[in-house]
Design a protein around this ligand. Sequence first.
Ligand code: HEC
Ligand code: HEC
Length: 84
Amino acid sequence: MKKRDIALIIGGIAIVLFLLAAPEETTKKVPTDTTHQKYYDLVKQEGKKAAEKFCEDCHNDEQVTFPPDHPPKARCLFCHKLEQ
Ligand code: HEC
Ligand code: HEC
């Protein structure tokens, strides 16, 4: 076997192990209801950062409250993905 082949095999195994180790995606996705549909459009047009500015208009301590163990919330869309 050539050195290059061995490198390819080792690289392949590393990728498979990486994929197996990746945690399952469990964080809730952004709903596709009428409330959230406009943010899907906004992400497409202007990107995630522009859309995220509006999330906390509703998702805050008074209205749609977060679960008590919610992680730090800057950048909602890094964790809550859009439906495909
Ligand atoms: C106009 C108010 C409003 C805005 C703005 C809003 N949401 Fe929501 N969101 C809601 C309400 C109400 C619910 C709960 C009922 C539902 O599922 O629609 C909800 C539910 C959710 C859920 C939970 C879905 C589930 O399966 O339990 C996620 C995640 C979410 N929103 C993310 C976002 C993100 C990210 C943004 C910004 C891009 C956003 N929301 C903007 C009102 C809003
Ligand atoms: C670091 C990752 C992260 C960020 C950033 C983040 N969240 Fe979450 N969020 C989570 C996790 C984890 C949960 C609890 C597990 C789950 O979604 O089922 C959660 C739960 C929620 C829920 C409740 C879902 C339900 O019905 O169980 C809502 C609504 C929500 N987040 C909205 C937001 C909004 C709006 C923002 C931005 C202001 C935001 N999140 C930012 C990780 C994150």
